[in-house]
Design a binder for this molecule. Structure first.
Ligand code: PLP
Length: 376
């Protein structure tokens, strides 16, 4: 096969029209307000809450600081049960708060934290559960709430993959005590860097707003050792513009997903996710799972073959967080405790997906996967 001239990366950021952005920049130059809850910041929070269908949202300079601040806002200490099958920031946010991560295994069909395994991992030191809606698939919301209520635990969702996702018409962000979004350049909705915390009442929103601004609650009042995690006016203006185009971008992602599914359907040993009936998906990732015995090549062999052809998938998530040096010494990080996560991490490749991924590129990707199989 001919090597592609232009590399296809796993993602490419969706950018708003430059002319429209420069108009907003002019307004910022006129306002001379660059940060500290300026007019664009206020408008962005309002419009974002309306778009997502949530009551209270506080925007941040990035998703990791939102995660760290969420744990501070609820005064989480001791142990938190979380998933090894995520981006490292999920567990790092615990480390930065001096909280001990306790890893529990994932479900084989959704790749989300398994509620049964979570319940079995609860100790007297457990104060919270931090699941991730992996690839935007909603976690078992009901079970996690039941466990949180039964054991008196807080429930914080890392919803970095779940922008705009709805369950039976309701935002997935309305579940649990807090949810965290990331607006990093690689996500479905980006503000270059950025993030948010969604909470369920005004008092919590107020506390989060204090914490992201050094703990200032007034000119001379500092209520806690807060951090600086504010979103600036340039990002907020850019975000407002992005909101105008996000539905169009999600529709393009959906079309690409459907095309991938159709073309991959008859390749033995390649599995992919289907939509869930009650869920409105936003198609943040397109992972495939390789059964090496049936496909005839291992995941890493296919990953490298794609690379040779200038196609850059990503092994999300591999290695597991529990295998990094900072965490592998934990009892719960033992691979024997995480058999499902271990297996999935050896099978997955996320294929390129972004709004402007063209048909020709998709066909090249499929062709490469097909021609490399021993069975076709
Ligand atoms: C992207 C991501 C984060 C971190 O967000 P940043 O905005 O990059 O700091 C956290 N958790 C998950 C699951 C992510 O995918």
């Amino acid at each position: 096969m001919n090597k592609l001239e232009n590399p296809i990366y796993v993602t490419q950021p969706a950018l708003p029209p430059l002319e429209e952005f420069t108009e907003l920049l002019k307004q910022i130059w006129d306002n001379k307000i660059l940060t500290n809850n300026g007019p664009f910041h206020q408008q962005f929070e309002k419009e974002l809450a309306a778009y997502l269908g949530v009551k209270y949202i506080s925007v941040f300079s990035n998703g990791t600081l939102a995660l760290i601040t969420a744990l501070q806002a609820l005064r989480i200490t001791g142990e938190v049960i979380t998933t090894p099958f995520s981006f490292v920031a999920t567990t790092h946010s615990l480390w930065w708060n001096n909280i001990k991560p306790v890893f529990a295994d994932i479900e084989p069909n959704t790749f989300n934290l398994d509620p049964e395994k979570v319940e079995a991992a609860i100790t007297p030191q457990t104060t919270a559960i931090m699941p991730v809606h992996v690839y935007g698939n909603p976690c078992n919301l009901k079970e996690f709430q039941r466990i949180a209520d039964t054991y008196g635990l807080k429930l914080i969702y890392d919803a970095a993959h779940a922008f705009g996702v709805k369950v039976n018409g309701d935002s997935v962000l309305n579940f649990g005590d807090l949810s965290i979004l990331s607006f990093h350049a690689t996500k479905v909705f980006n503000t270059i860097e950025g993030g948010a915390i969604i909470c369920q009442d005004e008092k919590t929103k107020q506390r989060i707003d204090y914490l992201k601004n050094f703990g200032f609650a007034g000119e001379t009042t500092v209520i806690a050792p807060g951090i600086n995690a504010k979103m600036n006016e340039v990002q907020a203006a850019y975000g407002l513009l992005q909101l105008k185009y996000v539905d169009e971008n999600i529709a393009k992602r959906k079309a690409i997903t459907e095309n991938y599914r159709k073309q991959l359907a008859n390749i033995p040993g390649i599995k992919y996710m289907e939509d869930m009936a009650e869920v409105e998906h936003t198609y943040s990732y397109f992972p495939i799972f390789i059964d090496a015995k049936v496909y005839g090549k291992t995941r890493d062999e296919l990953y490298n073959e794609l690379k040779k052809n200038n196609i850059y998938g990503r092994r999300y998530f591999y290695p597991l967080i529990s295998e990094f040096p900072s965490y592998r010494g934990l009892t719960s990080a033992n691979p024997a405790n995480l058999p499902v996560a271990e297996a999935v991490a050896e099978q997955v490749i996320c294929l390129p997906i972004y709004p402007n991924l063209d048909l020709e590129s998709i066909n090249k990707i499929i062709e490469t996967i097909k021609s490399y199989s021993i069975n076709i």
